[in-house]
Design a protein around this ligand. Sequence first.
Ligand SMILES: C[S@@+](CC[C@H](N)C(=O)[O-])C[C@H]1O[C@@H](n2cnc3c(N)ncnc32)[C@H](O)[C@@H]1O
Length: 466
Amino acid sequence: MPYDLPLMKRGAEIEVLIDRLDRKGRGTGSVDGRTMAVRGGLPGQVVRVRVTRRRRLEGYVLEVVTRSPHEVDARCPHSGSCGGCAFQQLAYPVQLTALREQVGNAFAAAGLEVVVPEVIGCDPPFGYRNKMDFTFGATRWVEVGEPEGVERDFALGMHVSGRFDRVLDIQSCALHFDEADGLLTSAREVARAHGLPPWDVLRHTGLLRHLVLRKGFGTGEIMVDLVTSEDAGPSVDRWAEAMLERHPEVTTLVQNVNTRPASVAFGERERVIHGPGVITERIGDLAFNISANSFFQTNSRQAAVLFSLVSELAAPTGDEVVWDLYCGTGALSLAAARTAREVWGFELVDAAVADARGNAALNDLSNVHFIAGDVLASLGEGVSLDAPPPDLAIVDPPRAGLHPKVLSGLLRLAPPRIVYVSCNIHASAPQIATLVAEGGYDVECVRPVDMFPHTPHVECVVALRR
Ligand SMILES: C[S@@+](CC[C@H](N)C(=O)[O-])C[C@H]1O[C@@H](n2cnc3c(N)ncnc32)[C@H](O)[C@@H]1O
């Protein structure tokens, strides 16, 4: 549509036809030959947009002028305000196509020509999350349509997109496991009834910081983890007692204390109030004990797909030594250990390493070993390890991708094969390009898996051979 771009100001309203999604899950459309990113816009829609940035052309949807043929009704009552999902109103097959395009774009931007197959979808794409991290807040975000006079000084839910200081009081979520809605409601009601104050992120006062809910889909076990700003033992015990009375399905309840300002659901110390302090998850024929502060794949259904992809790619002859860098609770290590000769896992978080060792024993796997500490140190120049050199290195780093020195370490180590498991292909593709250019690797195959339906994130398993 023709617009006079030099005159278009921040705050102006324009109409845009959305044709694709960008890597952040925003709709994009062309305005006078330039690409505009529109928060809330879906492919196929014509939307009236408020311009928020002129130079980079960004804005958000004020009104949908013409609906998209790909639009479906959102299941979640909070989908407009919540930062948890990006495009629940977009038909799932169209989401998968857009994710595939993102993966292709990331490789192309890194200068790699690869064939990207269809993304393996999650069936069903709802109720898939086995872990939710909710935030308590002292400044509640009031949604359009809420009654006058709702309490504004207590909320338990998710951050509103783009607002670290405002928490949306979530009543129900279409992505998490079935029991989580009821637990969330009780956690809020019991806290209110006992007069426990929520954390005020601006003043750094209050007790309740996060509520983390976890479920083992394969076992039905449920963990409630209350993260507080101080010990406050008697108050927390009363809250826990009331929660357990209402929810006998909870198999373990723990408290984590985070006294630091950073808003993370991680504690410096943990107290087990009820049950064993871990839940067990079963994926295929493997069992995993997971404690509150350990990483585990958040989508159990798709974890099964991911683990079998990795075990398929890991050890074709059965005589391989496999290193699993960034191994968390050892999930991929154990998946590989069933077919490999020996597996060595490397992980920073001590609690995860303890879980990983326990998980190897739980599954009667004696050919897997774990090294605790920063992978950066383990791959440093001149470092000697007990582990024999790998035939295959699995790397599954956090969203930022491999630390540059880990990438250099990997090039020095030069394993014949690498399986790069990436939850952020935009960070990983340039690193894969470096492995190709400097390490002499070929990309053998790429397998994208949708672990996080309704969000722009996509998991990719990339097999490389030198
Ligand atoms: C994406 S998770 C992968 C977990 C595991 N592969 C799985 O599938 O369950 C990344 C893991 O890397 C760990 N981590 C982050 N930085 C690290 C570092 N510098 N050294 C070792 N591990 C690290 C995190 O604690 C987390 O467990």
